[in-house]
Design a protein around this ligand. Structure first.
Ligand SMILES: CC(C)(COP(=O)(O)OP(=O)(O)OC[C@H]1O[C@@H](n2cnc3c(N)ncnc32)[C@H](O)[C@@H]1OP(=O)(O)O)[C@@H](O)C(=O)NCCC(=O)NCCS
Length: 164
C-alpha cells in the first residue's frame, strides 16, 4: 500500500490561507531554506543544492513517502514535513507513519499552522492504514517538545543516533 494523502485548506488567524501539497523539484531551495530557518538547522543545512535535489528524487520516487510543501495563497512554501509509511512486523504487523523535518516559516509560527499540519498528518496516517505516528526531536528543543506533547505525542522512547 502506498501513502495516501488527502486534500486540505487552512485559514490562519491573520487571514493567510495554506494548503499542503506534494513538493516538486522547484520547491527544493525553498524547503531547504525552511530547514535552515532555526538554530539547529542553520548550522547543518545549505551549500550544494545538487545533494538536496538527489535526495528529493529518491523521496519522490518512493511510494511510501510524501514530502509536503505547505503553500500560501501566493504559492510560497511556508511549511514542510516529510511523511513516510513504514510497514513492520511488530505490534501485530502494524504500519506506522514517521514524521521528519518539520518546519513552519518563522513569520507564521504560533498561528496553529503546525497543529493543522499534524492533524492532517493523522488523516494521512489513517488513510494509509497506519495505527501509530512517530517522530524524534532534538533534546535541545523544549518548545518543540511542548508542541508535540500538546498534540498528544508522548516521550515514551529514547532515540539513539550515530553519525557516520
Ligand atoms: C514547531 C513548529 C513546527 C510548530 O509550528 P507552529 O505553527 O508554530 O505551531 P502552533 O502554532 O500550532 O503551536 C505553537 C507551539 O509550537 C511550539 N514551538 C516550537 N518551536 C517554536 C518556535 N521556534 N517558535 C514558536 N513556537 C514554537 C511552542 O510550543 C508553541 O506553543 P506556545 O506558544 O505555547 O509556546 C514551528 O514552530 C517550527 O517550525 N519551529 C522551529 C523548528 C522546529 O522546532 N521544528 C521541529 C523539529 S523536531
Amino acid at each position: 500500500m502506498t501513502i495516501h494523502v488527502v486534500d486540505a485548506c487552512w485559514a490562519l488567524p491573520d487571514g493567510t490561507r495554506c494548503q499542503p501539497s506534494r513538493a516538486c523539484l522547484e520547491d527544493v531551495p525553498a524547503v531547504v531554506r525552511l530547514l535552515a530557518d532555526d538554530p539547529l538547522g542553520s548550522a547543518r543545512e545549505g551549500g550544494d543544492m545538487g545533494t538536496y535535489e538527489r535526495a528529493f528524487q529518491e523521496i519522490d520516487a518512493d511510494p511510501h513517502q510524501f514530502l509536503t510543501a505547505v503553500r500560501n495563497d501566493a504559492g510560497d512554501v511556508v511549511g514542510t514535513m516529510q511523511l513516510t509509511v513504514i510497514p513492520g512486523l511488530s505490534r501485530g504487523g502494524a504500519r506506522r507513519l514517521q514524521i521528519e523535518s518539520v518546519r513552519v516559516t518563522s513569520t507564521l509560527r504560533r498561528q496553529e499552522l503546525g497543529e493543522r499540519m499534524f492533524t492532517w498528518a493523522e488523516t494521512v496516517a489513517l488513510a494509509s492504514g497506519c495505527s501509530l505516528l512517530q517522530l524524534t526531536t532534538d533534546t535541545s528543543r523544549p518548545d518543540a517538545h511542548r508542541f508535540y506533547e500538546r498534540l498528544g505525542y508522548r516521550p515514551s522512547h529514547v532515540g539513539f543516533k550515530k553519525q557516520l
